[in-house]
Design a binder for this molecule. Structure first.
Ligand code: MOS
Length: 743
């Protein structure tokens, strides 16, 4: 029964958010709350020789200044700092010792009665360093022969490059036409609206309730208990609302460690809010250098592809994702080689950022495909259709569903692609050059084990709880829609509880996997509720459901109804009254094991129009059409918002975003959103989102694939290709700023 699933239901938390009643981590209060401020290192690598906190301590209202020398006890073993999604290596441990691993690393924490006092006193902490030589320039690192490490291909490493196939070098040498290109994506930062913050409430017997900005309350709960060797039941992490995170909140961030340190030192509640500038000392999208070579045979079909990526990580951890194999999902080619290297820099560890790896790797791939089409004098869409893969090239298996052809077609129709003239600089609008470009997007449809509890009361209200988060994607709303349909209740009768580590088990909200996982979790638990209700209903005197099995009944309009004859029904209220219960509760874990017979992916086709001022080189993205095949769409309104957000971010990736480092100091120069440019309203014009039908009962029982990340993939390539079409100038390193166009 689908009354709510698939509709444009407005966010159930929308009212709370726009009226300010939705509370974020830094907005929770506690009696006697102290405030902390971080002091960051001014060097990128070395040791603290001496740290003088006396002046800071003398400021009235300062309660303490914590450093590695006087902090409370923390675990000494690296492994205690491994959170659920930590990469290989030794995680950063704030205030642990005198070592400096990156610029603006936290080295002291001032705690005071007021935040302003803490901030002022933090400016008075004096530090002497023993400075070591740092390296923060990936281009320099790349040309030093010993600085790059190949990512190893181990059986249990899903992030390693896929195995090579055929004889790519041989095939390329014999190719009818080939294209080789080098593409660069700089470091980018997430810049969520909500600042990183933790409010640690110090309770009786040292119990802690931590309001934290995170994408995974249970991940933070386990991590804090481990780092401080606390009884896990004494640590509760709460995060009912998240003001954006985009991957930056998958791992626990250092402010939660520091806030807990201060609370334990003072035996008092403490709040720590990072400044916007300090958030540039957390993770980032790794800069990525890519070399791609493509070869086609005499029939104009792709034969060979080689893709080599170099990505940035820290000296202490190996963060990377599977970057190079996306072409194997999109295009048929018998010969392929994928390699991935890590460049270690003296920076914080890189981390996931919306569509990690696909956003960057598909950018390069889809620009390379465009260049190949130009070389072949072929329409770029036609080239993609010629190379269309019906099977995953890595495993030689089919897709559970792949609506990409429909995306190409419907996107092209909506955009008017057939009216494109092939020659660069051939389309104009007054003084502006017009360019039309297109690209493909691809992401994974993942599902993770998750537990959901449903408590149903006799008055037909249900509370649905799970420790997942809503990072702004609309999780509250889709959970309510699915629960309402599965339980046959009005949407308003559903209460959703999430973002609390004491609720049923959930992994971090990431990878676009929560919508499918939690929906199937709700469906699974709702089935158990229905079975229990049926037992009660059968006991009702004269019950028309006496001979029915759970599969024979549905919950509809507050009643248990026979699927075979809608006249045979028992109301929830009657069933519970006769059973003398006023509430039933079930908790089930849903996990869905794929047999490995199919690959599961989402896809998109993006068409972009740019208008370029010929004199000044100013680029405007005047139109984008994004056609998405993402399985069953739970909510057409929140889904569209997800894709639009991804497109906007793709505009930023193509034209604006770049974290700039002064390599002399190893320090980020544009650590704020005045100088780190993101698209603003004036940069965003017409965006059309199309969802193609993509029924899929193999990916999971409800056919849900997830939409959090597919929206950004391919957008930067479509825009870059449009810029080439407008100007005849191919810029391969992002962002495409006007100086690069003029060169
Ligand atoms: Mo997403 S980068 O897994 O939050």
């Amino acid at each position: 029964m689908t009354t709510y699933i698939g509709t444009a239901t407005s966010r159930i938390d929308g009212h709370a958010k726009v009226t300010g009643t939705a509370k974020y981590a830094a907005e929770f209060d506690a009696p006697h709350l102290a405030h902390a401020c971080v002091v960051g290192s001014t060097i990128a690598k070395g040791h603290i020789a001496h740290i003088d906190t006396s002046q800071a301590r003398s400021v009235p209202g300062v309660l303490d200044v914590l450093t590695h020398q006087n902090r409370p006890r923390m675990a000494s073993d690296d492994s205690a700092y491994k959170d659920d999604v930590a990469p290989e290596g030794a995680p950063f441990r704030p205030l642990y010792n005198d070592r400096i691993l990156f610029s603006d690393q936290p080295i002291a924490l001032v705690v005071a009665e007021e935040p302003e006092i803490a901030r002022f006193a933090a400016s008075l902490v004096r530090v002497d360093y023993r400075v070591d030589q740092h390296v923060t320039d990936v281009h320099r690192q790349r040309h030093s022969a010993f600085a790059l490490e190949p990512v190893k291909r181990l059986d249990d490493n899903p992030f390693a490059p896929p195995p090579s196939r055929g004889q790519p070098e041989h095939s390329l040498a014999a190719a009818h036409a080939r294209h080789r290109g080098e593409y660069y994506v700089p470091i980018e930062h997430h810049n969520p609206m909500e600042l990183y913050a933790s409010t640690v409430v110090f309770e009786d017997e040292g119990r802690l309730t931590i309001y934290d900005k995170t994408q995974g309350v249970q991940n933070v709960q386990r991590y804090v208990a481990s780092v401080f060797q606390l009884d896990p039941s004494h640590v509760r992490v709460v995060s009912p609302f998240v003001g954006g995170a985009f991957g930056s909140g998958l791992r626990p961030q250092y402010q939660v460690v520091l806030a807990v340190l201060a609370a334990l030192a003072l035996k008092r509640s403490v709040r720590l809010v990072l400044t916007r500038q300090q958030m540039y000392g957390l993770g980032y999208r790794p800069a990525m250098l890519q070399e791609i070579e493509l070869g086609v045979n005499a029939h104009g079909a792709l034969e060979a592809i080689t893709h080599e990526a170099t990505t940035v990580t820290s000296q202490h951890e190996n963060y990377y994702r599977q970057e190079t194999g996306w072409s194997g999902l999109l295009y048929r080619s018998d010969h392929a080689r994928y390699t991935h290297k890590l460049a270690r820099l003296d920076l914080a560890t890189s981390c996931d950022m919306r569509a990690p790896s696909a956003a960057t790797a598909v950018y390069a791939l889809e620009c390379a495909m465009d260049e190949l089409a130009v070389a072949m004098k072929l329409d770029p869409l036609e080239l993609r259709l010629r190379c269309y893969s019906e099977r995953d090239q890595h495993n030689d298996r089919p897709y559970s569903s792949k609506g990409l052809r429909d995306c190409y077609r419907r996107g092209a129709e909506a955009f008017g692609w057939s009216r494109r003239t092939a020659e660069p600089r051939s389309m104009r609008d007054g003084t502006e050059l017009v360019g039309w470009g297109m690209a493909t997007g691809v992401w994974e449809a993942l599902q993770v084990p998750i537990a959901v509890r449903i408590a149903l009361t006799a008055n037909g209200h249900a509370e649905v709880s799970c420790a997942t988060s809503d990072i702004g994607t609309g999780t509250y709303t889709i959970m309510a829609q699915v629960a309402a349909d599965m339980l046959g209740l009005p949407l308003d009768n559903i209460t959703i509880r999430i973002g609390d580590s004491t609720l049923p088990q959930s992994p971090v909200e990431g990878g676009s996997w929560i919508a499918a996982s939690v929906s199937n979790g709700i469906a699974t638990t709702a089935r158990a509720i229905r079975a229990e209700l049926l037992q009660l209903a059968k006991a009702v005197p004269g019950s028309a459901l006496r001979d029915l099995a759970p599969e024979d009944v549905v919950l509809l309009d507050g009643q248990l109804v026979s699927k075979h004859d809608a006249a045979n029904a028992v109301s929830i209220a009657d069933a519970m009254r006769h059973g003398e219960v006023d509430r039933i509760e079930q908790e089930k874990t849903a996990s869905f094991h794929h047999t490995g017979s199919h690959s599961h992916n989402t896809h998109s086709a993006i068409y972009a129009e740019v208008k370029v001022d010929e004199q000044l080189g100013i680029i405007r993205v005047s139109r984008v059409v994004s056609a998405v095949a993402g399985g069953r769409i739970l909510n057409t309104k929140t889904a569209r918002s997800q894709i639009m957000g991804g497109v906007v971010w793709g505009i930023g990736m193509a034209l604006h975003e770049e974290t700039l480092i002064d390599h002399t100091f190893g320090r980020i120069m544009n650590a704020d959103i005045a100088e780190y440019h993101v698209p603003v309203n004036a940069d965003v014009h017409d965006i059309e989102v199309i969802f193609v039908d993509e029924p899929d009962d193999t990916v999971n029982p409800l056919g849900i694939k997830g939409l959090g990340e597919i929206g950004i993939v391919g957008v930067a390539a479509a825009i870059a290709n449009a810029v080439y079409h407008a100007t005849g100038k191919r810029v391969r390193d992002l962002p495409i700023t006007l100086d690069k166009l003029q060169r």
